[in-house]
Design a protein around this ligand. Structure first.
Ligand code: HSE
Length: 322
């Protein structure tokens, strides 16, 4: 096996569901995490930036654990690793932070041992760990993905996002765990609601593929999860109703929340007004939030050429202020 001394991977964040595509649709976003992984004499995990605060720096670290899953799958033993990570992705806000760590750790570990596993195999393993394919698929493959998971294998098709699609995320200053946001969901839904979502999810994929911006708003509504999660995200109901009148092509809860996501036409001249409306509405519900204008990330997890003399911190400083 063709092992390398060390690898560096850049992974995009992601938004899941896009409204009606619960556990199915995902889009990679231009917020990134960088992971460096090397074989080592003893395990050392360095986490940089505020978004990494409080995460384990020992062998309980998620990236260390997923790396060992990869090595076990291939039948190699690398018990000691040096891992560095910097992430722009805020934790437990609905922007796929855990999916970025899973994908970053898996892609790095696989690259470290000469990439014996295909991306499709990594997708299966990442989905099995995460429980649904939407966030991990977007982080792994980039673009907009539509995916199905049968409990063993995940299939997907990647759509190239239209060049005029821009994304505004409103990130509240509180955390909401995916497990808490899944607990409020009903175990059964009516046929009417199933049809409501199937039709809109299908229309959304077609609208995104064909550039039918006029249908994105109608297609992004949902009855499977957003109504039940509304009580967890103050201001969400007003925003879902009103944001399309303020310049959003469509609006949804990002993944399990609490972040809200608006899809916007880059050419729209009233983007600043939309941002002010969203922040002011959250504030009127007592929620402080941060707005970030992002792009869909067309690239998924990328193996950066490792330059032996460059320190990890220098690499990320070249792209972001640490
Ligand atoms: N599809 C998932 C959910 C995304 O909505 O619960 C969050 O990880």
């Amino acid at each position: 096996m063709n092992r390398t001394k060390g690898v560096r991977i850049k992974v995009p964040a992601s938004t899941a569901n896009l409204g009606p595509g619960f556990d199915t649709l995902g889009m990679a976003l231009s917020l990134y995490s960088w992971v460096e992984m090397k074989e080592s004499e003893s395990t050392c995990i360095r986490l940089y930036g505020d978004n990494m605060k409080g995460l384990p720096k020992d062998k309980n670290n998620l990236m260390y654990r997923v790396a060992q899953l990869i090595f076990d799958e291939v039948g190699v033993s690398i018990p000691e690793l040096e891992i560095s990570m910097y992430s722009e992705v805020p934790l437990t806000r609905g922007l796929g932070s855990s999916a970025s760590a899973i994908v970053g750790g898996m892609v790095a570990a696989n690259a470290l041992i000469g990439s014996p596993l295909s991306n499709e195999k990594l997708f299966d393993m990442a989905t099995s760990l995460e429980g649904h394919p939407d966030n991990v698929g977007a982080s792994l493959f980039g673009g907009i993905i539509t995916a199905v998971w049968d409990g063993v294998h995940a299939d997907h098709i990647k759509l190239e996002p239209h060049a005029d699609l821009e994304v505004l995320v409103i990130i509240p200053d509180f955390q909401l765990s995916t497990s808490e946001a899944r607990q409020v969901l009903p175990s059964h839904i009516s046929r009417e609601d199933a049809v409501y979502n199937i039709s809109r999810s299908s229309l959304l994929v077609a609208a995104l593929s064909s550039g039918r911006f006029d249908l994105i708003g109608k297609a992004m509504s949902d009855r499977l999860h957003q109504p039940y999660r509304a009580s967890l995200v103050p201001g969400m109901v007003s925003i879902l109703e009103e944001a399309p009148n303020r310049g959003a092509l469509g609006v949804a809860l990002s993944g399990a929340g609490p972040t809200l996501l608006a899809i916007v036409d880059r050419q729209n001249l009233h983007k600043k007004d939309l941002e002010s409306y969203l922040l002011d509405t959250m504030k009127s519900y007592g929620i402080l939030a941060t707005a970030r204008w992002l792009n869909p990330s067309t690239e998924g997890a990328t193996n950066l050429a490792i330059v032996e003399s460059d320190l990890f911190v220098d690499l990320i400083k070249g792209e972001v202020e640490v």
